[in-house]
Design a protein around this ligand. Structure first.
Ligand SMILES: Cc1cc2nc3c(=O)[nH]c(=O)nc-3n(C[C@H](O)[C@H](O)[C@H](O)COP(=O)(O)O)c2cc1C
Length: 350
């Protein structure tokens, strides 16, 4: 029934996936207090190695990128060693795994990183996001400090170093988290980018920092091992603005020539439509980007398989059902019933 999901898929000369089902990146807030992956995380990822590719939970590139408790890092030796146990276990079980590289920008909170010696929340512009850290109501979001040219140069260097660390830790590649209203996405939307220098106002300027990160990582670890997640439709930590459309038109045209491993839509429900994209986020990207595309967002194996058959995207990422069903791939293949996801499952890794 879902035969196309079980076809092997060649991303490029370096990487072939054994099937088209990806495990979507899922933040679980279960790293230890030094942001090192735990033994429970080793077992959690290894149990899901039947996926064609696992994308790790978002992993911070440096201390001031942290916006949630106990999210893992990839910026010191202990973290690299902790991830090495995860990647070894996934490889031993026959899987492949990319690290998702993350800086939360204005969604960061100094509560998590003030001990590292800085309290500044960094973002394109001094525009805060509404509200507070989930389930930590006393931690209201701060007005960020607009990044300087030097800050951006350092951030680009830190992204590239985190990508090199990911390769040292045994990851098969990295997915740059350019979605969901975090730092890179904050440059691409007018809601969060009010700059009037070389990084604001025009599509070319607003895409400059995101493309600098992509290029620095491709230079460091190869474009064949570099992927990107984007959210052209503002839906999370971000207000919509129709002026964002030309920014993404430009970004997508530039990305095509980079020949990344894949491009991944950042969305929770891909049936959501955006006026300024004239439809869904995935349909918009498919129209403006010719290379490998990963779709995601409230798909079942059934609807995801049909979307691939209809050429809406090439690979299907599955999030919440993979939390509820570690053996998701086997259950789909064998036509077994799935356990329904519930938010209660987030309190424990299994
Ligand atoms: C608990 C939870 C944590 C998530 N963490 C991340 C994350 O770390 N990085 C990311 O890009 N998306 C994250 N997402 C979004 C998922 O990758 C995915 O886009 C979303 O769950 C929709 O897919 P689904 O309907 O198959 O669950 C998260 C979603 C959930 C439910």
């Amino acid at each position: 029934m879902f035969d196309n999901l079980f076809e092997a898929y060649t991303l490029n000369a370096t990487l072939t996936l054994k099937n088209r089902i990806l495990m979507a990146p899922l933040t679980r807030c279960m790293a230890d207090d030094d942001l090192v992956p735990t033994e429970a995380m080793v077992a959690y990822y290894a149990r899901r190695a039947e996926a064609g590719l696992i994308i790790s939970e978002a992993t911070i590139i440096r201390p001031d990128g942290q916006g949630y408790p106990n999210t893992p890092g990839l910026f010191n030796g202990a973290q690299i060693a902790g991830w090495r146990k995860v990647t070894d276990a996934v490889h031993h079980a026959g899987g492949k795994i990319f690290a998702q590289l993350w800086h939360t920008g204005r969604v960061a909170h100094p509560h998590f990183f003030s001990a590292s010696g800085t309290t500044a929340v960094m973002a394109p512009s001094a525009v805060s996001v509404e509200g507070s850290v989930p389930r930590m109501r006393q931690l209201t979001y701060q007005v960020p400090t607009p990044v300087t040219d030097d800050d951006m140069a350092q951030l680009v260097a830190d992204y590239a170093q985190a990508a090199a660390n990911a390769i040292d830790a045994g990851f098969d590649g990295v997915e740059i988290h350019g979605a969901n209203g975090y730092l890179i996405d904050q440059f691409l939307h007018h809601d969060s980018n009010r700059r009037d220098d070389d990084y604001g106002q025009t599509p070319e300027n607003m895409a400059r920092f995101p493309l600098a990160v992509v290029d620095a990582i491709c230079d460091r670890i190869g474009n064949d091992r570099t992927a990107l997640r984007v959210s052209p439709g503002a839906y999370f930590n971000m207000a919509a603005d129709s002026r964002d459309r030309p920014v993404f038109d430009y970004l997508l045209s530039q990305l095509e020539s980079r020949e990344l491993a894949y491009l991944h839509i950042g969305i929770f429900d891909d049936s959501m439509t955006f006026d300024y994209l004239e439809g869904t986020a995935s349909a918009y990207v498919r129209k403006h980007y010719a290379n490998t595309l990963v779709g995601v967002g409230c798909y079942s194996a059934d609807t995801g398989s049909a979307a691939i058959a209809d050429n809406k995207f090439d690979l299907l990422a599955i999030g919440r059902p993979f939390i509820a069903n570690p053996d998701y791939v086997a259950k789909v293949r064998d036509n077994q019933p799935l356990v329904a996801y519930s938010d209660d499952m987030l309190t424990q890794l299994s």
